[in-house]
Ligand binder design. Structure first.
Ligand code: ADP
Ligand code: MG
Length: 247
């Protein structure tokens, strides 16, 4: 589903990604953990064409991004990639002037030309799935942060993405709200949604992920099944990071 080969990215002199390869199989959930500044967000942004990169290759289903991918010349490819890969950010970025339902149907109706009735029917099903069926007609500002993030997840799912990237989706939330969001993400994983999740939640990485990657200093220093990473980490970087998260 997602194959990244030897990705390199720099900002001027600063090497941010120093050669990362990673593969996410359809239906699999990969978690990325690691210290701040390690390149996690940059990596995700390269995967859906929000950032360019200088070396390597990104395959999303049948679509390929390379350093030669050009915003104008390859606009169709970039659009196809962004359609097949949903992105959930730390900040929910909901449209404040639209209702919850309005937020969900906006892109399918405007971008996919779906008819309104069918989009509304799908939106109601997804709101039910994120436990917010009763909130369809309110504005986002009347919701808690955890509820807003669940709306953002439902909005992403409206585009029927083949894979969903999450960048620290719970880091702006208190523990109770974070738990509500992680529960929804766990449900999606259980239903076979392909996901790549940058997370602070070691419980999610341990209990939900198929594979865990430890990013530090622009490298995937160690990856493997959760039991290996958490119970028998091979690298000092991983041990050091886990000591901090447990402290
Ligand atoms: P993480 O998500 O793991 O915290 P980031 O991908 O946000 O890491 O950042 C990795 C490194 O790249 C950091 O040193 C950050 O300061 C740097 N960086 C990110 N974006 C830019 C940018 N637009 N210009 C210059 N440096 C950047
Ligand atoms: Mg980040």
């Amino acid at each position: 589903m997602i194959t990244v080969t030897d990705l390199h990215k720099h900002h001027g002199e600063l090497q941010v990604i120093k050669g990362i390869s990673l593969h996410v199989t359809k239906g699999e959930v990969d978690a990325i953990i690691g210290p701040s500044g390690g390149g996690k967000s940059t990596f995700l942004r390269c995967l859906n064409g929000l950032e360019t990169f200088q070396q390597g290759r990104v395959e999303i289903g049948a679509h390929v991004l390379t350093p030669a991918t050009h915003p104008n010349r390859d606009a169709a490819t970039l659009q196809a990639v962004r359609k097949s890969v949903g992105f959930v950010f730390q900040q929910f970025n909901l449209f404040p002037h639209l209702t919850v339902l309005g937020n969900l149907i906006e892109a399918p109706v405007q971008v996919l030309d779906e008819d309104r009735e069918s989009a509304v029917a799908r939106a109601r099903l997804l709101l039910d799935r994120v436990q917010l069926a009763a909130k369809a007609d309110v504005k986002p500002s009347s919701l808690s942060g955890g509820q807003q993030q669940r709306v953002a997840i439902a909005r992403t799912l409206m585009m029927r993405p083949e894979a969903v990237l999450f960048d620290e989706p719970t880091s702006a939330l208190d523990p109770v709200m974070a738990q509500e969001v992680l529960a929804v993400m766990g449900d999606l994983a259980h239903d076979g949604q392909t996901m790549l999740v940058v997370t602070h939640s070691m419980a999610f990485a341990r209990n939900v992920a198929t594979r865990v990657h430890v990013f530090a200093g622009g490298l995937d220093v160690e990856s493997g099944p959760p039991a290996q990473i958490f119970d028998a980490p091979a690298h000092e970087t991983t041990r050091e990071f886990l000591r901090h998260t447990r402290a």
